[in-house]
Design a protein around this ligand. Sequence first.
Ligand SMILES: [Zn+2]
Length: 472
Amino acid sequence: MRRLKVVVWVGLLSVVVSAFALRATADQALGARNVAMVVTGGTVVTMDGGRRVLSPGAVAIDGDRIVGVGTPDEIGRAFASKRVIDTTGKIVLPGLVNTHGHAPMVLYRGLADDLALMDWLQKYLFPAEAKTVSAEMVRVGTRLAALEMIQSGTTTFADMYYFEEEIAKATKAAGLRAVLGQTIIRFPVADAKTPDEALARSETFIKAFKGDSLITPAVAPHSAYTLEKQTLLASRDLALKHDVPLLIHLAETEDEVRIIKEQAELTPTGYLESIGFWTPRTLAAHSVWVTDEDISILKRRGVGVSHNPESNMKLASGTAPVPKYLAAGVALGLGTDGAASNNDLDMFEAMRQAAFLHKLQSRDPRVVPAATALELATLGGARALGMEREIGSLDTGKRADLIVVGMHRARQTPRYDALSHLVYATHGDDVETTIVNGQVLMHERKMLTLDEAAVLRDAEAFAVRVRAAVAR
Ligand SMILES: [Zn+2]
């Protein structure tokens, strides 16, 4: 009986749905559909399945989604909007995806550079963090990082830091999309005295933000060499329990390789494999010191890799085998890492440096061409984070995360090839308009979700405390 009722209801429902579908088609045939926004006139680099570059092209946006991509004529016939953004002479592309960083560390930008890693950590970074990391520091720092990211075209970022709930609130207020993980580490830190406390904090954080339209909560065990096996596995279990991403630093330095080898007679990747650490949604940052066998493990386990060329160069960590990752088909994205080791969050620069680094390393200028670098910063990053169905390209149905880049500077003139200019001649400052989830966060360089002057003033005020913390 119950089954019969269900069948009747489903039958009725499908009649109603088809009636609506017919109606929608009829409306479109009669006239254009009204949508929230149309971006039209510029070159549209879609990064879609055919890697189409529409010149000129147009994108229609309604709510938080892209509802149409095509020529200005096609989009003009199908859609009408009170809000039209004219991008003539400019380039429109998917918002950039920064797959690894520590947003609040922008407050330690340039505090100390050009030091040996242990000197840098022990004399500057650790004392500064011990004395200044707080909920307030994280709020002030995240707002500054969000300002910089919006101004340079990043629309999604992955983050591992402390007081992650404050990072989430500041990120949402700025309108950015992010994958955020509360750091879990062996020693006492500002927001957790023990790894168990950090795990409990992580779960509270996940419950608070699961299902949010902008924030994807994650679990972020710091690394294999700063955590016991039981904490690594508890982190994995927490990520599986809530079906959220797992973020970890992996094989960043030769020291890390040595430490894990002494402990377990394995590479860091081999060790995590041996304990069954991977989940279907793991992102490994750096992954510089890996063997061919490690690469095949990462590929087999579907682990995303975040390549951070600028941080790896500045800290002289080493060169990640990017051509090998690409050949193996590993889900590879680009990251800036924290601003203490970069020192900015400009993903255009990350693209250019990635291309240059691997050309030099392989002594082959054909390695990491512009199209590949751009893919790493968009669709590749989305894939590495397991978000390729939602972001990373301009496709109907995906989230409306896109940027408009000006192309009128001396260094961009003349222009023969859009991809070449985006990777080799464009800076973050050339981004004019940033849209996330259908919301315009910056238009023609004017900030709409953040009070730029207040963000800069608060950061300068906080820097006084950072300076005092490392004064000797
Ligand atoms: Zn990092």
